[in-house]
Design a protein around this ligand. Structure first.
Ligand code: 2AM
Ligand code: CA
Length: 290
């Protein structure tokens, strides 16, 4: 179990939701890791880059059960829920809020499925809690390194029992960035590659390790200066966005508008390089907006 849990919650008021999120993410993450290299079913969704296994589904079922046990009145929006059955994200979100619910959990039960399938140890459980449409708690758990990243709205972001802070680089030239390649093969991939082409000569280096949620957590704790990716879904970003914001960083879409649950094309940085990064993407025609 992660050492991060101890001592943290004495310092965070409103601790029960965040403590529950940590506990649920730890349980699901440990289970996922125990299944590494042993998944039995591999379904291809839209194309060979868009995968799901029984471990994604089992993790979501476990998380839904735990949420229901702790908070029977809360809704859940999960990647493997209604959306996986063909609903749009709007429909799935509406169903999650239905009946006048005030709280909805936004769940990616396994972010980085391609990595999980290939045995590349960079995947996480991402859990966020939204209150009336605004993310108020977020947890990203990496079971391979036993690292728990935790944030609570207005109370800060915590890692290993301490406040976490974004990095201090002031310019793109000193920055380590990350991005992610979209699963789709059309305009989004073209824009993503254009962004890499424009940024690569300007930055220290670029990584693309395959989990949006973990990249966001790495921006929050200062291991990355910034991250951008196109065409993401709410469960990829909700927890990570709060982590970055509460760690002193900035999260917007690629046009510079503040992060919301509708954001699909994201830029998350330490704040200092945000505008420089956004401008390069814009000038390269790489915002994913058209
Ligand atoms: P996943 O592993 O949960 O599917 C990699 O670039 C990032 O994109 C991962 O966080 C991955 O999440 C996400 N991703 C993969 N396929 C996607 C899709 N079809 N739509 C949106 N995001 C996707
Ligand atoms: Ca997933």
């Amino acid at each position: 179990m992660a050492d991060t849990r101890e001592g943290l919650f004495d310092r965070l008021p409103g601790k029960s939701y965040t403590a529950a999120a940590v506990s649920i993410a730890a349980k699901a993450g440990e289970w996922i890791r125990s299944k590494a290299g042993q998944h039995e079913t591999l379904e291809i969704k839209a194309n060979a880059s868009d995968l799901v296994t029984e471990v994604d589904k089992g993790s979501e079922a476990m998380i839904r059960n735990l949420v229901k046990t702790y908070f029977p009145e809360h809704g859940v929006l999960g990647e493997e829920g209604l959306y996986a059955e063909g609903a749009t994200i709007g429909e799935a979100l509406e169903a999650a809020w239905a009946g006048g619910r005030e709280y909805v959990w936004i769940v990616d039960p396994l972010d980085g499925t391609t990595n999980f399938v290939h045995g590349f140890p960079f995947y996480v459980v991402s859990l966020a809690l939204a209150w009336r449409g605004e993310v108020v708690a977020g947890v990203v758990y990496d079971p391979n390194r036993d690292e728990m990243f935790v944030a609570e709205k207005g109370k800060g972001a915590y890692f290993r029992g301490r406040r976490m802070r974004v990095s201090g680089e002031g310019a793109l030239a000193d920055s380590l960035l990350a991005t992610g390649f979209p699963a789709s093969r059309g305009e989004m991939l073209r824009d993503n590659v254009a962004g890499i082409g424009a940024l690569a000569p300007l930055v220290r280096n670029i990584r693309a390790a395959g989990s949006a949620a973990l990249h966001m957590a790495y921006v929050a704790c200062g291991r990355l200066t910034g991250f951008w990716e196109l065409n993401l879904n709410p469960w990829d970003l909700a927890a990570g966005a709060l982590l970055v914001q509460e760690a002193g960083g900035k999260v917007t879409d690629t046009l510079g508008r503040p992060y919301s649950l509708e954001t699909r094309h994201v830029i998350a940085t330490n704040g200092s390089v945000h505008e420089e990064l956004r401008k390069v993407l814009d000038e390269a025609g790489a915002t994913g907006m058209r």
